[in-house]
Ligand binder design. Structure first.
Ligand code: JHZ
Ligand code: SAH
Ligand code: ZN
Length: 404
């Protein structure tokens, strides 16, 4: 039996197997690295609605819980991005809007909405990041958004004029429940705006590390349009974004409420012309992924054998896929530095590489740094100019393995 598409029930055609993987954000205590949860990380495309998705689901409570360690405010570029996004959402909404965010994390976006005095509510199941938002005065419901909690909110607080989500909708396998909830909560003229990594960019850059437990769906304009239609919703605008390696911001409204922009049809036409979710493209993506894994492993082994010091930069969720797929452990990477207190002093999932504070990077500088947080390259290379000045070299693996 082939696996079934979580959107339409069609047959999934598996095109990439990244092997046995741990939870990407489960950083282990140095004393107790046992008892890790593993699952098979594989991706397929639906032969009917084209949605690209994982073939196995990890239960949501295993990923998103009190100690979830990703804090959105850890990047200055992302803070700025969400401040601008919040202002744009408020500018285009009518008077006295009610703004709801799904996956509000540490309040990186809703802080600006709150400071503007607007009514708002965040849904955030992960306890500590939710508490960080509340400390800034942001209103948060410490719950998963789904059909049930959306209906509660509609009853208690009325309809939402704007429902926003960043890097969250693609994390939710139970999409029919979510879209049912959107249909219930959204005001008649309201908009549902969400942004997530774009499968078109993932293929163009062979950024296979965007594939991990939390990233369940890999959206295209075509698959999103098909996904929302059965719920009386319509894709009315798309905007490409440079953040996180290339994303698309999708604007969805009730069917007939707004005229779709020309950009929607143009992006879908471009995806069809590229054969984006079609077998030849997906086979090439899988082959490119295997080549990058082999090149990276070969390079790291050579550097070790030549006696060079190599450290990782950014204990990203993405790096779990790279290290575990390529067999990169503490024998090849001395440690990974990261600014997040919740990750420091721990071991990376599966690969068990120690995570050290950012200050460890220059103490003293290594010969090479493997840039796991490649999506923040501009921000990081700007602040780490001393590394290059000291003769250090960056190793990148997106879109291919190279040293600079
Ligand atoms: P970053 C997470 O992915 C998980 P990750 C999640 N699934 C998702 O979709 C995205 O976020 C949004 C550190 N850092 O943003 C902070 C430095 O140390 O690439 C972070 O731990 N120094 C929700 O984890 C990590 O790197 C720096 O200067 O792949 C970056 O993680 C900067 C800028 C970051 O997301
Ligand atoms: N929007 C932020 C956070 C992304 S991290 C940003 O773009 O940086 C994804 C967040 O979604 C996590 O904090 C996680 O706890 C939350 N999340 C996961 N499933 C959710 C659901 N069903 N409803 C609301 N939030 C959810
Ligand atoms: Zn489908």
């Amino acid at each position: 039996m082939p696996h079934a598409c979580q959107i339409c029930g069609g047959a999934l055609e598996e095109f990439l197997d990244l092997g046995r993987q741990p939870l990407s954000d489960a950083f282990l205590s140095e004393h107790d690295p046992q008892d890790e949860f593993f699952y098979r990380l594989a991706v397929g495309a639906c032969s009917s609605c084209t949605m690209v998705q994982l073939v196995e689901q990890v239960p949501r409570e295993k990923m998103f819980h009190t100690d979830y360690p990703y804090y959105s405010s850890g990047s200055s570029v992302m803070r700025e991005h969400f401040q601008q996004t919040a202002r744009a959402l408020l500018d285009t909404a009518g008077p006295d809007p009610f703004v709801v965010e799904i996956g509000s994390n540490d309040g990186v976006l809703l802080r600006t909405v709150h400071e503007a005095g607007a009514r708002h509510l965040g849904f955030e199941p992960s306890g500590k990041v939710a508490a960080a938002a509340m400390e800034h005065g942001v209103r948060v419901r410490n719950e998963f958004f789904d059909a049930g909690t959306a209906a509660d909110t509609r009853r208690e607080e009325g309809a939402a004029d704007v429902i926003f989500a960043a890097n969250t909708i693609c994390h939710i396998p139970y999409m029919r429940s979510v879209l049912d909830g959107i249909r219930t909560l959204l005001a008649p003229e309201g908009v549902f705006v969400f942004e997530d990594p774009y499968f078109g960019d993932i293929v163009a850059k062979t950024s296979f590390d965007q594939i991990y437990d939390e990233h369940f769906y890999f959206f295209t304009a075509r698959s999103v349009q098909a996904m929302v239609a059965p719920f009386g919703l319509e894709l009315v605008d798309v905007e490409r974004l440079p953040v996180h390696g290339g994303e698309v911001r999708y604007t969805v409204a009730r069917a007939g409420a707004r005229t779709p922009s020309a950009g929607v049809a143009a992006l879908i036409a471009d995806e069809k012309a590229r054969g984006l979710a079609e077998p030849p493209t997906l086979r090439r993506f899988a082959a490119d992924t295997a080549r990058i894994r082999d090149d990276l492993r070969t390079l790291l082994r050579r550097l070790r054998d030549e006696g060079h010091r190599v450290v990782g930069y950014g204990a990203t969720a993405k790096s779990a896929t790279v290290t575990n797929f390529a067999g990169i452990g503490p024998d090849l990477i001395e440690f990974v530095c990261d600014t997040t207190p919740a990750k420091q002093g721990r071991l990376t999932p599966g690969a068990h590489i120690p995570v050290r504070p950012a200050e460890a990077f220059a103490d003293p500088y290594p010969d090479y740094a493997l840039l796991f947080a490649w999506n923040h390259a501009d921000e990081i290379t700007a602040k780490e100019q001393g590394f290059r000045a000291a003769g250090g070299k960056w190793i990148r693996y997106v879109p291919d393995v190279h040293v600079s």
